[in-house]
Design a protein around this ligand. Structure first.
Ligand code: CP3
Length: 341
């Protein structure tokens, strides 16, 4: 269902998955994390596969997403970093010399555990539930590499775009090439769709978005397109950027909760599916209200094929797992269509 919806084909019901579906809101994930730290979890193929499968045992989800992190491949390339709980880079990148010294990524050598985890998930996932592989979009990775830790403004990263634009471009190209190799290796290992997470491009004005962030994404998309695997681009706080996003040759655009899906679809045009976009906070609404908020999202998505239901950003750690079950069931129930004659 999920892969059909990515390709904008009619489906018997709207498929659902949840950003951060393997995570701290699940008691079984917290149990796993009590025994192993986050990095060890991501670096063990068996444990990463287990975390990926946990939400699929609990819920009738229509896709799995690999349990890993956008920083995992950079760690594989030798970038020193810890998680506290977000990524903290030991030596932030600020100079052209540091960019040039960044090693290239060889996925089989540097992150074999990710590829092994993908093989284990494919062997263990329920029938018909495809696996999404993912990477950080180049500009979002640049934000963490340059600033060194999560931030509201990512000011050092944004300053670099103006102070040393060529260095920024060189870093984006490096990251784009690394993520292209990384995602191609994930597809070869069995990932059936590939998603790029662009968490911070919403900080940019349209000119800088085009020159820097879009440059990086275009380069990755150009490298992956020949694989024929559906490509998903999620851009957080992307309302003002949608026209530029519409030019990208991706199958699906992930939309945050701030822009109604109808508005996003009008700008993106008929050639793209949309994914989203219930506010993660809506899972705290009383039962009847939650249904009403889900209906608003479904109505905004409209009757045309090419909608994948999701939250507008990652699920919050204090979310009630039963509210998640009610959400998934209600989307399936509300969108059930008679089989095509
Ligand atoms: O969606 C999934 O279930 C797959 C796993 C996944 C994780 N991180 C696991 C994780 C995915 C797809 C990501 C992507 C990711 N990581 C993004 C892009 C999506 C987004 O949220 O905008 C970003 C920006 C990161 C960087 C990152 N990693 C942050 C900011 C944090 C800390 C805050 C948080 O949300 O937990 C992490 C750590 C992290 N990545 C955790 C998990 C389950 C929590 C670690 C723990 O268990 O202590």
């Amino acid at each position: 269902m999920f892969l059909e919806a990515c390709r904008r084909r009619p489906v018997p019901y709207t498929p659902v998955w949840i950003m951060r579906q393997a995570g701290r809101y699940l008691p079984e994930y917290r149990e796993l994390r009590a025994k192993v730290d986050f990095v060890a979890l991501t670096r063990s193929a068996e444990l990463a596969a287990e975390a990926t499968l946990q939400p699929l045992r609990r819920y009738p989800l229509d896709a799995a997403i690999l349990f890993s992190d956008i920083m995992t491949p950079l760690q594989g390339m030798g970038v020193g970093l810890e998680f506290d709980p977000g990524p903290v880079v030991r030596e932030p990148i600020r100079t052209a010399a540091q960019v040039d010294a960044l090693p290239r990524l060889a996925p089989q050598r540097d992150v074999p555990f990710v590829l092994d985890a993908i093989r284990l998930v494919r062997a263990g996932a329920p029938r018909g539930v495809p696996l999404i592989g993912f990477a950080g979009a180049p500009f979002t990775l640049l934000c963490y590499l340059v600033c060194g830790r999560p931030s509201k403004e990512f000011s050092a990263a944004r300053a670099l775009l103006y102070a040393q634009p060529e260095t920024a471009e060189r870093l984006l190209d490096r990251l784009a090439d690394a993520m292209t190799a990384y995602l191609a290796a994930q597809a070869a290992a069995g990932a059936q769709a590939l998603m790029l997470f662009e968490s911070w491009a919403g900080l940019l004005g349209i000119r800088e978005y085009r020159r820097f962030a879009l440059r990086g994404v275009r380069r990755v998309v150009a490298g992956l397109r020949p694989l024929g695997v559906p490509l998903i681009y999620y851009v957080n706080q992307g309302s003002a950027l949608m026209e530029a996003v519409s030019e990208l040759d991706v199958d699906v655009v992930g939309v945050d909760w701030r822009s109604p899906l109808g508005a996003a679809r009008r700008v993106l045009g008929p050639g793209k599916a949309v994914q989203g976009n219930l506010d993660p906070a809506a899972l705290f609404a009383e039962r009847g209200e939650l249904k009403r908020h889900i209906e608003v999202v479904l109505d905004e998505a409209g009757p045309l094929p090419g909608h994948i239901f999701n939250l507008g950003h990652g699920i919050w750690p204090d979310t009630d797992p039963d509210a998640v079950a009610r959400m998934i069931d209600y989307v399936h129930e509300r969108t059930a269509r008679r089989p095509l004659a």
